[in-house]
Design a protein around this ligand. Sequence first.
Ligand code: SF4
Length: 323
Amino acid sequence: MEDNRLLSVEDLSTFFVGGERPVKAVQNVTFGIGRGEAFGLVGESGCGKTMTALSIMRLVPIPGRIMNGRIIFEHRNLMDLSQQEMQQVRGGRIGMIFQEPLTSLNPVLRIGDQISETLITHRGVTARQARETSVELLGKVGLDHPDKRYFQYPHQLSGGQRQRVLIAIAVSCNPSMIIADEPTTALDVTIEDQILRLLESLIAHSDMSLLFITHNLHIIKRIANRVGVMYTGRMVEQSAVEGFFREPLHPYSRGLLDSIPEFTSGTKRLNAIPGSVPRLSELPSGCSFHPRCPHVMDRCRSEEPMMTEAKEERWVRCFLYQN
Ligand code: SF4
């Protein structure tokens, strides 16, 4: 894996400062993604998934700050790059797809021009070449009459079609990685299936890697090779997908799976995790999951568990797996 690694996030911490106490949105997060690998980042809302992605892209909104960590991508630490160099990475080497395409697309620009602009900025092609490639891309992502679509504005397309345009922009410069943050959440299940199929086929026909962020475990099972579970800004479990769905280790992971019919055996009752995710500004002491955990022990209330390798290539942050 090490030789094949495209991205290594090491000990990443991103805090929001300025208030009475810093809000620790991402804390000491470490993970890697190999070339051609799809890594799923999962957890409830407010667990730090999106902020982890924004930190990788160095797009953390003010007053957020990356406090610590290294982000090694294609053998360079992105933390050392100038803003200008980062602009080349964003959209050029890393494509991005977000949840709501209407806010990601410019409403007053024709969609073809938006793809062309990315191509001209990152690949230095002529306007004519950019237009030809844009039409090709619109066809590749499954839009009918791509030569006519080129001249349409975002509001003339459906939500699924707009998401296809965003995917066309994301892959236009042959990036080595795509970051997709809840790209199908706003779509109905049929369109979601089509968009996932499109992403699967784009990944299968290239050696592009994927960082897929979602709260939906069905999608993780379908699309990811490995999974990372986040809770209150921390990574609490990391594993290959098969092992994770067969035997989730962290009590939070087990709780997530036990609340979904497809992942519980026929005789087992569905159990929602009690309580809700605490506010990042008011985290409980010790293990932040302890108020919701069915296995809580005394030490969990005062000590914080470390990430440890509980089984081969399976990492978990929980005292149940530590001496
Ligand atoms: Fe539960 Fe304790 Fe493990 Fe936290 S460390 S998940 S409270 S058993």
